[in-house]
Design a protein around this ligand. Structure first.
Ligand SMILES: Cc1cc2nc3c(=O)[nH]c(=O)nc-3n(C[C@H](O)[C@H](O)[C@H](O)COP(=O)(O)O)c2cc1C
Length: 328
């Protein structure tokens, strides 16, 4: 059970409780107190014995080090709960948070391997999470504690796939730069299409007047605060004989764009059902954008930075949907 803690005094209380119980790693009073002090105003995740418990058994806190970089500033799990996957779950929550907030890299510092047994285990733990050795600074702390810096890219294809979720909340009031919209649009063009017929076109909308007109026809309202939108168009061209793969083509283009959107630190949602229902909002959008008759508007993707927190929807367990070498 992981909770995001906003209350600074609660953050300090939890970090004190855990770090004081982990003197093997946090024995120097001065630096321990600094971790506790700084934990008050950083993204802070705490984990508890179970859903109803108020007793924290571990925490992790992040620290922004640049516009696109974040540091795993400190984490601790009570020794009785080591090897139960608690640290891994805390890290997964923090990594999700960092990716969703647009950070590209995460770093963590620890004492280099080969100095102390406890820290050797810490190094193994970070490597098992996917951190890569960046550099050792022999005297960053002091000669007896050479500082190993690990780094991890938060922008791998698999990582982006795992962190993409449909976002239906409000967006930050901030235009999306054209260069980012071009990258997203290019992801649509790069998608596969049956017999390379390239049946999908898109219209990127960032003009405030045009956005306003589209928002007005979205009933019930969705994406009302989006600073940009991508409208997906399809053309029914047969790939061969009577086989038309237009739906598959635009689906691949949409998924590519959703991944590009998340990778660039924005959020979106695949709005297709909403605009292609009996009320044919799609046709109203086509009218606003002067879409030629041979194209159908099939989907709307808002693009913008998320203002609200959100969570992954529940999915059926892996084993219920994936089988190897046959059904049974
Ligand atoms: C073909 C298609 C149509 C969709 N249409 C809508 C829609 O009209 N409105 C909406 O809120 N979400 C829509 N979605 C998003 C799904 O609801 C969403 O993907 C699903 O709930 C799983 O959540 P996730 O995207 O966070 O994994 C659509 C998704 C697909 C693939």
């Amino acid at each position: 059970m992981i909770r995001f803690i906003n209350d600074p005094s609660e953050c300090q209380k939890i970090s004190r409780e855990i770090l004081e119980a982990l003197k093997e790693w946090f024995e120097v009073d001065e630096s321990r107190e600094q971790y506790i002090r700084e934990s008050a105003c950083q993204p802070f995740f705490a984990t508890y014995e179970d859903k109803t418990s108020d007793k924290p058994i571990g925490f992790l806190c992040l620290k922004e080090t640049g516009a696109e970089t974040v540091e795993l500033a400190v984490m601790g799990v009570l020794k009785d709960h080591h090897r139960e996957g608690v640290g891994r779950r805390l890290f997964a929550a923090a990594k999700d948070y960092a990716s969703l907030h647009g950070y590209s890299f995460m770093q963590v510092k620890t004492v280099r391997s080969g100095m102390y047994e406890d820290y050797d285990r810490t190094n193994m733990f970070y490597r098992s999470l996917g951190f890569k050795e960046l550099e050792v600074f022999e005297e960053y702390w002091d000669k007896d504690n050479p500082c190993q810096i690990y780094v991890m890219s938060l922008r791998s294809a698999i990582g982006t796939i795992n962190t993409r979720h449909s976002y239906r909340g409000a967006f930050v009031e901030e235009p999306v730069p054209r260069k980012d919209l071009e990258i997203i649009a290019n992801a649509a063009i790069d998608a596969p299409s049956g017999c390379n017929k390239q049946t999908t076109d898109i219209i990127v909308v960032d003009d405030p007047e045009k956005l306003k007109m589209i928002k007005e026809v979205l009933d019930p309202p969705v994406a009302q605060t989006a600073p940009a939108m991508i409208i997906v168009l399809t053309r029914r061209i047969n790939a061969y004989r009577d086989r038309c793969f237009a739906v598959q083509d635009y689906s691949a283009a949409i998924e590519n764009m959703l991944l590009a959107i998340v990778e660039l630190g924005y959020q979106s949602c695949w709005y297709e059902g909403h605009i292609t229902d009996e009320d044919r909002i799609c046709d109203k959008i086509a009218g606003i954008l002067n879409v030629p008759d041979e194209y159908d508007v099939v989907c709307l993707l808002p693009v913008g930075k998320a203002k609200d927190e959100f969570h992954a929807p529940s999915k059926k367990p892996f084993g219920e949907r994936v089988r190897f070498n046959g059904w049974k």
